[in-house]
Each structure stands twice: as structure tokens, then as C-alpha cells.
Design a protein. Sequence first.
Length: 367
Amino acid sequence: MRNRIVMLVDLDYFFAQAEETRNHSIRDKPVVVCVYSGRSENSGAVSTANYVARKLGVKSGMPIALAKRKLQNVDAIFLPVDEAFYEGISSRIMSILRDYSDRFEQVGIDEAYLDVSQRTNGSYEEAAGLARRIKDEIVKQHGLTCSVGIGPNKPIAKIAADIKKPDGLTVVRPEQTVEFLSPLPVERLIGVGVKTAEKMRALGVATIGNLAKRDVQGLIDVFGKKLGLYFHNASNGIDEEPVQEREEAESISRISTLKENTRDLSLILEKTNQQCEEIQADLENSGLNFKTVTVIAVMEDLSIRSRSRSLEKNTNRTEVLKGTVNGLFGKFLEEFNLEVRRVGVKVSGLAKDEKSQKQLTSFIKQG
Ligand code: TTP
Ligand code: MG
């Protein structure tokens, strides 16, 4: 049987690198991309940071205030997330990756699995060459680096991609799997979090190699049948999950915190109009339109409320979205007496819009 070859491509420090491509002068400085909550100047969390900032201790998820302390005496750049911009780059890169694969599965904004078994005829040598071509093309077209892992299945490709970053390329051939996995800490396996790792350590299992040597029945006794079997297979590098195209997103949404709790409709709409525009950009990028609009509110007592309205037919018009949100929130404020803390907008009932449908049909006709 031919070798199965799976590739995982993960863009390096994606949001921060995307920011560097539109402003080269920030490249050598620490760049921190932030999700500002808007509550006070520094409230919110770090979305991601470039490697210059990471060397100085900044990480995803860290409070912005802490990142600022770490970069106190350095000329650092703090920027707000611009998701519409990153989505645009992401969808263009994903279409490059799709073209290089037999089967394709996007798993995040900057990450995708490519099954390349067929086009490389099961040759890891060729797969490595293909990965180098992909990396070159993404640099050439978008000025971005990525890290690639190649292996006989998805988990190994993923672990391989994570081993060397940024701009890495790591190939794990089937015969190298055990040697590759053995020394790694158990946390590298998907599904092994801090708690499970602690439990494993108590059993004398610290590395994937330790885990692989355990008797499968012993693992089932401790973790139950499903997990026990999974840990046994995963630590031995066994995984049969195919690379599979994901279903279209079922909804697109945005939610954010208001500067202060309020019942003032115009303050709410200021925020939701912005969200509607971001959603519209996502819809346009993916050639989708919507049928149902939902508004979501987190109230001052932290309870969550939502109200929806379905339109007669699908549309992608921003004015319709904004208008519907306006109507829903107007009614909403009449219905509930509390102040609103966070607001969000969601569109669902997504379908390909006519324009891209037509392009698709003409494409098929030509082909
Ligand atoms: P990742 O691929 O996990 O991170 P990254 O691309 O920034 O860095 P790496 O070089 O290690 O791959 O996530 C992709 C994007 O998702 C990231 O650029 C920003 C966003 N993100 C968050 O907003 N919050 C988070 O906690 C994480 C992990 C990512
Ligand atoms: Mg990444």
C-alpha cells in the first residue's frame, strides 16, 4: 500500500505577521496584537505577538497591561486586531493550499491539513519538495512565512509543525514516528491537558514514549475505554482520521464589550454597526449571504439574552443587516429593564450568494 502523507501548514505569528506586511518598518520591533475590551485604556488580552515580543516574554492570552510591563523600556508596537484584514489574507492563502492538495481541511484561520499522498506518489522526499514550493509561494505572494509538518497522519503532522517555528519544515517518515514521539512530553498529544498530564505523571508517565510502553488495559482501567484506547494509539503514532473538507461555517458572529453599561440605543448601535461591517466583510470574502439575524446581549447582571429574526430571503446587504439589528435592539430594550454590558450580532442560514454561484456555474461549464 502507498504511504499516506499528511501535511499541516500553520502560518507563523499570523495576526502580527500580517500587520508587519502592511507596515515593514515595525518588523524589527516587538509587535503585539491586542483584543481591547474598550473598558479602560489597557484592558483586554494579547491575541498574538511577533517573535521579537515573544523573546521578551509576551504570549497569546496575556493581559495587555502585563505585556506593556514586559515591554516597558522597549520601543514596542501595540495594535488592535483587524480580523477582516486577516480573514482576507487567510482566505487567499487557503486557496493556494487547496490547490496543492489532494484533500484539504482548514482547521483555523491560519492552519490547514493537506493530504498529498496521491500527488507525491507516497514519496516523503517529494512531499518535502512540495512543502518548500508552498512556503516559497506564500512568501512570494503574501510576504508571510509558515511552519510545515509532514507525517503519516494528522496528529504527527501537527506535532511536527509545532516542533520548529517560525519558518520550520519538519518531516517525520513512518519509520521515524516512534523515535520522533518518544522523548516529547505527553502534553504534546491532542487531548492531554494539564490535569491529564498530572494524572499521567503520578503513574510515572512523563513522555509519549513512557505512555506508549504502558499496557493498554492498564490505561483503560485508569482513563476509561475510549480515552485509554486513544492514548494508547496516539502515543504509538496510530491515527486513521482522514483529511476532510469541513462544512461551511454555520454562522458568523461578533461580540464585544461596551465602554460602559448602557440602555442608550445609539451607543449600542455604534458598536453593532461596526460588528455588522466586519460580518459583511467575512460574508463577502467567503461569497455567502444570510437569512437569519440574531442579536445577543450580556446584561449588567451577566445574564445572556438573544433575539432573532429571519428574513424572507437571503441577502448580504449591510443596510439590511444593520436595519434588522436596529429593529431587534429597539424592541429588546423595551422588553428588558437592565443595562447592557456586552453586545453581539450573529448571522446564520448561510448560503452561497448568487454572484459566486454564477461564477461557479460558468467555471463548471468551461471546465
Ligand atoms: P496560532 O497559530 O496558535 O498562533 P500564531 O500564528 O500567532 O503563532 P505561531 O507562530 O505559534 O503559529 O493562532 C493563529 C492566530 O489566532 C493568532 O495569530 C492570533 C489568534 N489567536 C488569538 O487571538 N488568541 C489566542 O490565544 C491564540 C492562541 C491565537
Ligand atoms: Mg500560527
